[in-house]
Design a protein around this ligand. Structure first.
Ligand code: SF4
Length: 425
């Protein structure tokens, strides 16, 4: 393990093994209609390993990256290298509002700006209130700190017996394998550690965490997160999974990721071939809004699902982004169509500068009430609050159990009708 290289952003930029990169379809694309041909060709040629490029993406590519090709666009390393990382770069593709021009974004502890060209292609160029744009473009609101906010509200640092590992629950651990994400969410719970110099973690630095897991036979379940593990090269991912899988008491492995949403080009055949060697392997995908369901993200999910990886979603409840029943219902329905089972709806954690994203808890309950009974049970996620200070996830439910009178339980259904149930003693 010690002979492996340190991991930092340079691995993405310079050390990537181009064998991941598929052969070109050799389709010259200069118009939307040609893109459609490329789309269906790529769709039918999984062997060529290209995520189908949508009309929208093709138009964005040709407008803003005229010297690049669809082959470039479909390379996940090209996406990382060409990501927007400053307001100045972003202003090439978006008309930034006065609230979005943030002179302090590169100082102090601020979460940096980083958006892949693919995800930027989904943003409205004019409307700064567009939900997706609000999730990734920094604003001056981030400089407003409110009561109760903290840089590490979940207190993960207090439950970390060795570097990069959080052991809060008895039988499972959280393994933070990298501090890098291809796109930074402005409400990120781990903004205190992602994108920080100290957290460009390397395989060498995983040693203590792996040794800890080996030494703790009660750990049945390892959740790999970060940062985003799927931004690492295949070799690092294989190294990590093979080490974890070789531990007899680790029954299953989970990966939390936003890559299929912000960098679907990363879901290459070679990555999928690695992942499927390490079953049982589960994946929680961070979707936020139905506008993130595109031909590209759908295909990424399909590739993962076809590899036998059970897919779940985790969504953060965000003010004026997804905090209403129609938007949330649409997202949950679209996820199921992509074979992603809605899993968690998180109350937004009180990180510093997050008040513009946070809704009341009653808003979350209202949304769950608007889903439960009104649509398929599979489309209803668990609404949870990750308790500040390290209390873990606490489920929040509307009041369906109204009380007990003698042997009878009083219940309320989704329509508000009252029913009695004879309990058993
Ligand atoms: S993908 Fe996850 S870890 Fe990365 S910025 Fe978004 S919320 Fe944070």
């Amino acid at each position: 393990m010690d002979n492996t290289t340190h991991l930092d952003l340079t691995y993405v930029i310079n050390e990537f093994n181009e064998e991941d990169e598929p052969p070109s379809l050799k389709v010259e694309v200069s118009s939307a209609s040609t893109s459609l041909i490329a789309h269906s060709a790529a769709k039918s040629k999984w062997n060529n390993d290209r995520i189908a490029i949508s009309i929208r993406s093709a138009e964005f590519l040709h407008k803003y990256f005229p010297n690049s090709t669809e082959r470039d666009w479909n390379s996940w390393t090209w996406q990382v290298k060409n990501s927007f990382t400053t307001s100045q770069e972003l202003s090439r593709v978006l008309s930034l509002s006065s609230n979005e021009v943030n002179p302090n974004i590169d100082v102090n502890d601020s979460l940096p700006l980083r958006i892949t060209p693919y995800y930027a292609s989904l943003l409205s160029s004019e409307d700064s209130c567009q939900p997706l744009r609000k999730t990734v473009v920094p604003t001056l609101n981030e400089l407003i700190f409110s009561d109760g906010e903290a840089s590490d509200p979940l207190g993960e640092g207090h439950n970390s017996p060795v570097p990069n590992l959080v052991h809060r629950y008895p039988d499972r651990v959280l393994f933070l394998v990298t501090g890098f994400c291809s796109t930074y969410c402005r409400y990120c719970t781990r903004s205190h550690m992602v994108a920080k110099e100290k957290c460009h973690i390397g395989t060498k630095a995983w040693g203590k965490a792996i040794e800890y897991i080996k030494a703790h036979s009660e750990v049945r379940d390892v959740l790999i997160s970060g940062g985003d593990a799927l931004t690492m090269p295949d070799t690092h991912i294989e190294f990590l999974l093979s080490n974890l899988r070789s531990i007899p008491h680790v029954e299953y492995i989970r990966i939390g990721t936003k890559v299929p949403v912000v960098l679907p080009q990363r879901i290459t055949r070679s990555l999928v071939n690695i992942l499927k060697k390490y079953h049982p392997l589960f994946m929680s995908i961070h979707f936020t809004h139905p506008d993130e369901i595109t031909p590209e993200s759908k295909e990424a999910c399909e590739r993962l699902a076809n590899a036998g990886i059970p897919l779940g979603s985790q969504t953060v409840l965000l003010k004026e982004v997804n905090d209403n029943v129609p938007t949330m219902k649409k997202l949950m329905h679209e996820l199921l169509k992509c074979r992603v089972r809605p899993y968690y709806l998180y109350q937004c954690d009180p990180i510093k500068g997050s008040s513009h994203f946070r809704t009341s808890v009653s808003k979350g309950i209202e949304i769950i009430e608007g889903l439960r009974g009104h649509t398929s049970g599979y489309a209803v996620p668990h609404y949870v609050i990750d308790a500040p200070g390290g209390g873990g996830k606490i489920p929040i439910l509307p009041e369906y159990f109204l009380g007990k009178n003698g042997k009878m339980i009083t219940l309320r259904n989704y329509e508000g009708k009252i029913f009695q149930y004879p309990d058993v003693f």
